[in-house]
Design a protein around this ligand. Structure first.
Ligand code: NAD
Ligand code: UDP
Length: 308
């Protein structure tokens, strides 16, 4: 199994899961946002190989399946070098789809709820085409991922590559980077350090948070479907929370003395987001099991340990 972005948050959990199932895993990562710490415990495993490589450059390997997760996912990180972000999604897709075509193997794309932009339909079903600004500061990620989906479906139609596209909604858990900048890790770290909790805007915007173990289960189920199942399939936890509700939960669970501060809302920040997971339920027999109240304490425990 090839896992690109295997040194990242989701990728490291996926590598672990696949090794646990007895697969040999090649992890490809350029460590832009990932970390060797995420996979250090896997380096001595017989079935694990690590290649430091940027997927915008061609890569020749012999593998049986590809999970393509390489791409910065946090708005702060993907906006740091937006040209590289688009190149990673688009040129990375071309390189890996080329490999999948040469080897005639399945390839799974970690797409995103960001393909729906600031959605005008709620909750978002896969049929919704989205509401995306193509020239904004989030576009490098949103449009990069949209173009990657286009390439996946063209390689499928034109060249019969067995593709699998999942659209991941906000996922959280242990191994998010301390400097990641996404809301769950930010709030937990701020709360544990009794620092101000930074609410962007008035905190009424919503997100639906999926615990990492649930997401990895869905991802593996998707890879194991027959070739005619291509997706796209939404993957996320439909529980919907405002950022204010999230902040209050984190303060309560950490027993923090942090105060809420209200900061400027980033440009094009989606107002609402919630997956319609009817397809995932029906096709993959998958539903997320871990509620936010169960997943947050596990994540808090992780950050408590690494911040010591
Ligand atoms: P992450 O930033 O922790 O992981 C991304 C990994 O990709 C990192 O290890 C990074 O170093 C690597 N990478 C980036 N550019 C690369 C390149 N050009 N070549 C090789 N490696 C590169 O983020 P994550 O949350 O684990 O996300 C993994 C994937 O899932 C991403 O594709 C992301 O878009 C997608 N996704 C995640 C979420 C989420 O909530 N976590 C939501 C939607 C989609
Ligand atoms: N957010 C916030 N405070 C933070 C970080 C993020 O209020 O310190 C908000 C952000 O504006 C967005 C939501 O939390 O509305 C989720 O942001 P994140 O960066 O986690 O992911 P997104 O879903 O926007 O890609």
């Amino acid at each position: 199994m090839l896992v690109t972005g295997g040194g990242g948050f989701l990728g490291s959990h996926l590598c672990e899961r696949l090794l646990g199932e007895g697969y040999d895993v090649i992890c490809v990562d350029n460590f832009f946002t990932g970390s060797k710490e995420n996979i250090r415990h896997l380096l001595s495993h017989n079935g694990f190989e690590l290649i430091r490589h940027d997927i915008t450059w061609p890569l020749y390997l012999e593998v049986d399946a590809i999970y393509n997760l390489a791409c910065p996912a946090s708005p702060i990180h993907y906006q740091h070098d937006p040209i590289q972000t688009t190149k990673t999604s688009v040129m990375g897709a071309v390189n890996l789809l080329g490999m999948a075509k040469r080897l005639n193997i399945p390839i799974l794309q970690a797409s995103t709820s960001e393909v729906y932009g600031d959605p005008a339909i709620h909750p978002q079903p896969e049929e919704y085409w989205g509401n995306v600004n193509c020239i904004g500061t989030r576009s490098c990620y949103d449009e990069g991922k949209r173009c990657a989906e286009t390439l996946f479906f063209d390689y499928h139609r034109q060249l019969k590559v067995p593709v699998k596209v999942i659209r991941i909604f906000n996922t959280y858990g242990p191994r998010m980077q301390v400097n990641d900048g996404r809301v769950v890790s930010n709030f937990i770290i701020q709360a544990l350090q009794n620092k101000d909790i930074t609410i962007y805007g008035d905190g009424s915007q919503t997100r639906s948070f999926c615990y990492v173990d649930d997401l990895i289960e869905g991802m593996v189920r998707m890879m194991n479907t027959p070739p005619e199942i291509t997706g796209p399939i939404n993957m996320g936890n439909p529980g919907e929370f405002t950022m204010l509700e999230l902040a209050q939960k984190v303060i309560k669970l950490t027993g923090s003395k942090s105060k809420l501060v209200f900061c400027e809302l980033p440009k094009d920040d989606p107002a609402r987001r919630k997956p319609d997971i009817t397809k995932a339920k029906k096709i993959l027999d998958w539903t997320p099991k871990v509620t936010l109240d169960e997943g947050l304490p596990k994540t808090i425990e992780y950050f408590r340990k690494i911040l010591k």
